[in-house]
Unconditional design. Structure first.
Length: 195
């Protein structure tokens, strides 16, 4: 597979993931979608799990939660590491070998962090974190999609920071616009004399 095809495919995937995260983050920031309350979600999950009898044999609930929380996130990190490694130039070793080892190391790191961090993540500002992740995924996706399509970025890799700043400003402007629109729709229009 040529590096350009890989960059286009991975860039497109990252852009799609990033736009989905950004859309939800914009809606939450504007008040059009409820903010995540990790404490309430964790308490509800714990009540639900307490009511269920302990499984005999294989624990499908635990497996599903682990799969969603660790494997899928690790897979996203592996995509990013593979693309970074594949775009490395000037190394004596095949870039795919290096990026493969990097992806395995990232996967192991995500597994280790998942095993260590067992308490709810209520202290992490999840809504802001998802906003930042959406911006980063969209920025990297745009950059790699452009690289694969033959775009010659003016600032080389530094263009990722410019893209991130642009996506951040655009997302904040959209959230502000939607918040104003939501407020205006909830309040009656002012009466203008002489109209």
């Amino acid at each position: 597979i040529s590096i350009e095809v890989l960059q286009v495919v991975v860039g497109l995937l990252l852009l799609i993931f990033g736009m989905q995260w950004l859309r939800k983050a914009i809606l939450r920031r504007s008040g059009m979608k409820a903010l995540h309350d990790e404490d309430a979600i964790f308490a509800a999950d714990m009540r639900e799990f307490a009511e269920e009898p302990l499984p005999e044999g294989f624990d499908w609930t635990g497996f599903t939660l682990s799969y969603k929380g660790v494997f899928l996130e690790g897979l996203e990190v592996a995509f990013i590491v593979l693309t970074f490694g594949a775009s490395a130039k000037g190394t004596a070793v095949n870039p795919f070998v290096l990026s493969g080892f990097g992806a395995l190391a990232a996967f192991a790191m995500v597994l280790a962090i998942g095993a260590i961090v067992r308490h709810p993540l209520s202290r992490v500002p999840e809504n802001d974190l998802k906003f930042a992740v959406g911006v980063l995924l969209a920025s990297f996706g745009t950059f790699w999609l452009g690289e694969g399509a033959g775009v010659s970025w003016v600032l080389s890799d530094g263009m990722i920071l410019v893209l991130a700043a642009g996506y951040t400003m655009l997302a904040l402007a959209l959230a502000s616009y939607l918040a104003r629109r939501r407020i205006m729709e909830l309040q009656p229009a002012p009466i203008v004399e002489g109209a």
